[in-house]
Ligand binder design. Sequence first.
Ligand code: NAP
Length: 263
Amino acid sequence: MNLGLEGKSVVVLASSKGLGKATAHLFAEEGAHVFIASRNESELEKTKNEIQKETGNAHVHYQVCDITNPDSIKQLIAKAAAKHGTIDILVNNAGGPPAGLFDDFDDDAWQNAFELNLLSFVRAIREALPYMKKQQSGHIVNITSSSIKQTLDNLILSNTFRAGIVGLAKSLSQELAADNILINTIGPGRIATDRVTSLDQITAKKQNMDPDEQRKKSEQSIPMQRYGEPDEFAKMVVFLCSQANTYVTGQTLVVDGGLVKAL
Ligand code: NAP
């Protein structure tokens, strides 16, 4: 199957580490022109150099971008479009909101999670759409969480705003299909990244357990008996954004080794 990604202009938000980085890496392997973006410049530079070296793709660039800042998103998309001629593919991703229960959060915490995990995606889509509409083609994928199918304990902020992304993407899939722009939402189950390690540490502390023991217990709760690798997640994002995907839009799917039991 030809993914047809050679020379395509891709922007991946929140991509110096974890799922965003793995996704950018795979796009680069496929010959796409990739912009990575997050807040820490030295991490970005390290990641860009690593991806260039491992893939042999010189068309990997970075831009410092705090996705909670609308001007920062505007600058990122404009810069990527100026460098690569257009925006063909947008992968929306973000850092995770803090873990906690309803009583743990005041209005500021809710507002911050809204800006980080929902409004940032709206803003990035708004900036990328004119390029996609002009060329009458585009692919957008939103990275969220398995909570789009089944809520997660102690993650009320994530559970709330990820559901908002599902509504946004389904609505947009209806509005944008006539322009040949496809938009889908993918939820990771437990993929081995820093975020999952830090959530495991929080759980281990709460339950007075050793973090390694906690991880083992968590892996055993997954039908595939292990955490996923970032690359296994990235493959699904890259397929949905490829030229091989011409008809899947408005869908919500999880990459979770069988973890979610909801239909
Ligand atoms: P991660 O390893 O912690 O990486 C997060 C990335 O986001 C980093 O590159 C970070 O770089 C960047 N970032 C954070 N805040 C940002 C901001 N305001 N502006 C721009 N970039 C920002 O996380 P991950 O595991 O890859 O997770 C990615 C997303 O998937 C998160 O929303 C997470 O909650 C969700 N998720 C992941 C899993 C999983 O199994 N890994 C499961 C469920 C949901 P800087 O800090 O340098 O900006």
